[in-house]
Design a protein around this ligand. Structure first.
Ligand SMILES: NC(=O)c1ccc[n+]([C@@H]2O[C@H](COP(=O)([O-])OP(=O)(O)OC[C@H]3O[C@@H](n4cnc5c(N)ncnc54)[C@H](OP(=O)(O)O)[C@@H]3O)[C@@H](O)[C@H]2O)c1
Length: 184
């Protein structure tokens, strides 16, 4: 079948960089290498938001997931040039991860690159992100890893949906979308 130009996304536009993160009301995102809550609803959403896209993550987050996420190009960032991970592309700098993710997005006709953590990686991608997809977890768990406060001068909240905890969720949660303000 020959695809018409109209059926294809506009690949002249760079893929958007989207940070996807679940953050507790006290800023915690992780505890001892894992997430200190159970939110099956959010896991399903993460899958829907990242399938058929490149996903970028730090080596520690990759270790905490324990396997490559299926149906996505898993791009792992580490400073260890000898690190190998079956089913993932290993990169040794943020710049390399970005170049690999961009190439993969263009090949897949994906319009987004998803950055899925953890804290070290979010910090380094924040300045080039176009959108933040935050799951506010309405709990105050103990933890050792936090997400930096979202600067309202840079980020504008454009959507918010609150949900009660489902049968497999340990807390109520809200999905909140932020877009970078035009002047930044
Ligand atoms: N709530 C959420 O949505 C969410 C999402 C993801 C993760 N988490 C949690 O966050 C925690 C992990 O976060 P984290 O901040 O400790 O670790 P991380 O960001 O997942 O990974 C950090 C590692 O990435 C590599 N790295 C970082 N910057 C790099 C650079 N500029 N160049 C090359 N490699 C670089 C280093 O790997 P090497 O040490 O191998 O050099 C570093 O140790 C866990 O508790 C996890 O469960 C929460």
């Amino acid at each position: 079948m020959i695809a018409t130009a109209q059926a294809l996304p506009d690949i002249r536009v760079s893929p958007e960089i989207v940070l996807i993160v679940a953050v507790a009301d006290n800023g915690v995102i992780g505890s001892r290498g894992a997430m200190p809550w159970r939110l099956k609803s959010d896991m399903r959403r993460l899958k829907a938001m990242t399938l058929a896209r490149p996903v970028v993550m730090g080596r520690k987050t990759f270790a905490s997931i324990g396997r490559p996420l299926p149906g996505r190009t898993n791009i792992v960032v580490t400073r260890d040039a000898g690190f190998r991970a079956h089913g993932a592309v290993v990169t040794t700098s943020i710049a390399d991860a970005r170049a690999v993710a961009r190439g993969d997005a263009l090949r897949r006709f994906a319009t987004e690159i998803a950055v899925i953590g953890g804290a070290e990686i979010y910090t380094q991608w924040m300045d080039c992100a176009d959108r933040l997809e935050i799951t506010e977890v309405h709990a105050r768990p103990e933890g050792d890893t936090c997400f930096a406060a979202i600067d309202a001068a840079i980020w504008q909240e454009v959507a918010r949906e609150r949900h009660p905890a489902g049968p497999d969720d340990s807390a109520d949660f809200s999905y909140v979308t932020y877009r970078r303000r035009k002047s930044h």
